[in-house]
Write a protein that binds this ligand. Structure first.
Ligand SMILES: Cc1cc2nc3c(=O)[nH]c(=O)nc-3n(C[C@H](O)[C@H](O)[C@H](O)COP(=O)(O)OP(=O)(O)OC[C@H]3O[C@@H](n4cnc5c(N)ncnc54)[C@H](O)[C@@H]3O)c2cc1C
Length: 347
């Protein structure tokens, strides 16, 4: 296979990579013509770091996705724990990661899968040369589903609790103590989940929540959803309404994150957490300085496409709000829409 030129290479085996491989098989691409590359094949960050996070989408949405691609062959999967849960409730992401791991294992043995990290890509003779540590592969088209890293503000002189630790309540409990004043930046779903854990489970002295804008809630109407992607929903929204817009817990102080306030209050923090969004991972592409993508089609260059949390679809909703659509079900519907475009935008 390695001397052979593939028609499609998918780089990354997180949820986005899994969906990309499933959709390519469903539209009839020969499995022998698909290369799939990842260092671990463990469902990406979703499977490794977010297992203990409570979902912001419901169980039904996940189950629908497992059956969405014929290539997933989910009809013959074992009876996973998620099947026993309330279809319209949230669940821990581990319950989603386990079925995805089963799907990933099955797809991995269907297509040409290669363990490794891609270091760079180069276009030559209308093919993408994909360079890994000790092999070079070639493909007509490449899908980058490489995921994103949490953003940081890197303030000096204060210890940072990484988001991957903060979003796991057991780990967060272990790294905090009763002398700690914890500063947490952000006001989205992740920030609210962490605030709830800090106040309810970790015995800390004080929590300072640095925010830039008012909280946003998702609201459903008959003809659309307001703040469908950025708004707080489900249990997180209920907690925020009661505790932040309602009665502020005793140990919590909310502080507008401006220069004057930060100069005054940041030195009070023994540890900080940045829950301020994500930044796409990078792969060097020869001749392209910065990985820019077209936010409605994922096109980066002829035959090179971005997909998943690193390259989310931009969509203006019914109410005029521009949002970036991140979530498993959204990835699936977006790809259904853009795959025909990718098919005719090859190298
Ligand atoms: C805290 C949190 C909660 C979320 N909750 C939900 C939810 O409730 N519902 C929902 O639908 N979505 C949720 N999401 C959103 C979304 O489903 C996840 O962000 C998802 O993990 C993104 O998948 P991905 O495949 O794009 O990236 P990742 O999961 O990060 O996978 C990327 C993969 O690419 C690999 N890779 C990177 N670079 C290279 C390279 N150079 N060569 C080879 N491989 C490479 C990585 O090793 C990794 O395996 C949540 C996200 C977060 C952060």
């Amino acid at each position: 296979m390695h001397k052979h030129i593939a028609s499609w290479a998918v780089i990354g085996a997180g949820p986005a990579g899994i969906i990309a491989v499933g959709k390519l098989l469903d539209i009839g691409i020969n499995p022998k013509e698909i290369l799939w590359i990842d260092p671990e094949f463990k469902v990406g960050d979703f499977g490794k770091h977010w297992r203990n996070v409570v979902s912001n989408t419901n169980v039904w949405g996940f189950i629908k996705l497992f059956y969405a691609c014929n290539a997933f062959k989910f009809g013959s999967a074992p009876d996973f724990e998620i099947n026993k849960r309330d279809l319209f409730g949230s669940c821990r992401l581990a319950l989603v990661a386990d079925p995805l791991q089963w799907i990933s294992d099955h797809l991995k043995s269907t297509v040409n899968s290669i363990y490794g990290m891609v270091s760079n890509l180069k276009m030559c003779d209308r093919h993408w040369h994909i360079n890994l540590e000790n092999i070079q592969l070639k493909s007509k088209n490449v899908v980058l589903a490489i995921g994103a890293e949490p953003k940081s503000l890197s303030f000096a002189n204060v210890e940072e609790i990484p988001l991957k630790v903060a979003l796991d309540s057991h780990k967060l409990e272990r790294v905090c103590n009763q002398e700690d004043t914890i500063g947490i930046f952000g006001s989205s779903h992740s920030a609210i989940l962490i605030l709830k854990t800090l106040l309810e489970k970790c015995n800390v002295k004080k929590v300072l929540n640095f925010y830039l804008s008012p909280l946003r809630y998702q609201v459903k109407f008959d003809d659309g959803i307001l703040f469908a992607d950025t708004g707080l929903k489900a249990e997180t929204a209920a907690w925020a309404r009661a505790n932040i817009d309602g009665k502020l817990p005793e140990k919590l102080e909310r502080i507008l994150s401006n220069k004057v306030n930060l100069q005054k209050t940041l030195p009070l923090c023994s540890k900080v957490i940045y829950a301020i969004g994500f930044e796409k991972r990078n792969i060097k592409v020869h001749g392209i300085e910065k990985l820019e993508y077209h936010p409605k089609t994922g096109i980066i260059a002829p035959g090179l496409f971005g997909f998943g949390i690193a390259f989310p679809q931009a969509q203006t909703d019914h109410y005029g709000t521009l949002e970036y659509r991140v979530g498993l079900g959204k990835f699936y519907y977006y790809l259904t829409h853009i795959l025909p475009i990718w098919m005719s935008y090859g190298a």
